[in-house]
Ligand binder design. Structure first.
Ligand code: C2E
Ligand code: MG
Ligand code: MG
Ligand code: MG
Length: 278
């Protein structure tokens, strides 16, 4: 970009940059406002057992909506929150909401483990661990009731300190899963160093698993390897019965995707849980 020829090119470049900066500032300002005025909510997407089809967990996904319409989607506003540092506050809000929901589902007598996405910056923040532990205590979150979804990027950064923190969190009964597996730069050999309970196969693999034999072979290998390391394997982005059949036969433990249910407000999943419990 810096090689743009002549003054006109440079002007175009700086104009584009300041426009981008202005857009980011606008989103950031609106996001602070949303955090203060509760136009943010968590939706929950069911995770089902590949064999029984029963709901065995739910992933919390952040929504920023007004009148049921997305203002921005997470792939737009999470990066802004990360760049501006707002992610620490936003992430704490998400964890808090998820812990409240967990307690509510327990009180409604259909407890269900909740998975929460955690950003690298949020995870590295010095307040993260004490906040997490105080939420676990306040809401009486038991072993296996909360799972954190982290990416390879998070786990690779920070070296031994990160590994110790991951171990400590796990000792508190919080499960850890490696999200978007296969999209990062993580070599398979790293897996034996990461103290994770589960691998989530990225939906880009699931998407191509029927049409592309190479993707099918890689996906089978990932599942076999994860299982032989004693890890749970979750496939995300399952949209068709054919994909579900393939993944089940390959030994995938849990399935998640539009084929089973889109992310939905807590009350909707609540009705679903009540219906299947009856
Ligand atoms: P992710 O954690 O990998 O979440 C899965 C994404 O796939 C979600 O997008 C979900 O709505 C979508 N999805 C689920 N099933 C299907 C399917 O069958 N087909 C397709 N095409 N998509 C499906 P969403 O909610 O837009 O979130 C995008 C990303 O934003 C998430 O990816 C996660 O990295 C991030 N994110 C969302 N909520 C939070 C949050 O509370 N905190 C943080 N730090 N990140 C979040
Ligand atoms: Mg996730
Ligand atoms: Mg994912
Ligand atoms: Mg993703």
């Amino acid at each position: 970009e810096m090689k743009l020829a002549g003054r006109g090119g440079w002007r175009r470049y700086t104009a584009a940059m300041s426009e981008r900066a202005a857009t980011l500032r606008n989103i950031e300002g609106a996001l602070r406002d949303a955090l203060a005025h509760e136009t943010l909510a968590l939706h929950y997407q069911p995770m089902v057992d590949a064999h029984s089809g029963r709901i065995v967990g739910a992933e919390a996904l952040l929504r920023w909506q007004v009148n049921g319409h997305d203002v921005f989607v997470p792939d737009q506003f999470i990066p802004v929150a990360e760049d501006s540092g707002l992610i620490a506050e936003l992430g704490e809000w998400v964890l808090h909401q998820a812990c409240m929901q967990s307690r509510q589902w327990r009180q409604h007598r259909h407890p269900i483990p909740i998975s929460v996405n955690v950003s690298p910056l949020q995870f590295r923040h010095e307040r993260f661990q004490p906040q997490l532990e105080s939420l676990l205590d306040s809401y009486g979150i038991g072993s296996g009731e909360l799972e954190l979804e982290l990416t390879e990027r998070t786990m690779m950064a920070g070296g031994d300190a990160t590994t110790r923190l991951l171990q400590r969190i796990r000792q508190r009964g919080v499960r850890l899963s490696l999200d978007d597996f296969g999209t990062g730069y993580c070599s398979l050999s790293y897996l034996k160093h990461f103290p994770v309970d589960a691998l989530k196969i990225d939906r880009s693999f699931v998407h191509d698993v029927i049409a592309d034999p190479d993707t099918a072979a890689i996906t089978r290998a990932i599942i076999a390897m994860a299982r032989s390391l004693g890890k749970t394997v979750i496939a995300e982005g399952v949209e068709t019965a054919a994909q579900a059949d393939f993944l089940r036969e390959a030994g995938c433990t849990l399935l998640q995707g539009f084929h089973y249910g889109a992310p939905m407000p807590a009350a909707e999943l609540d009705r679903w849980l009540a219906a299947t419990a009856a």
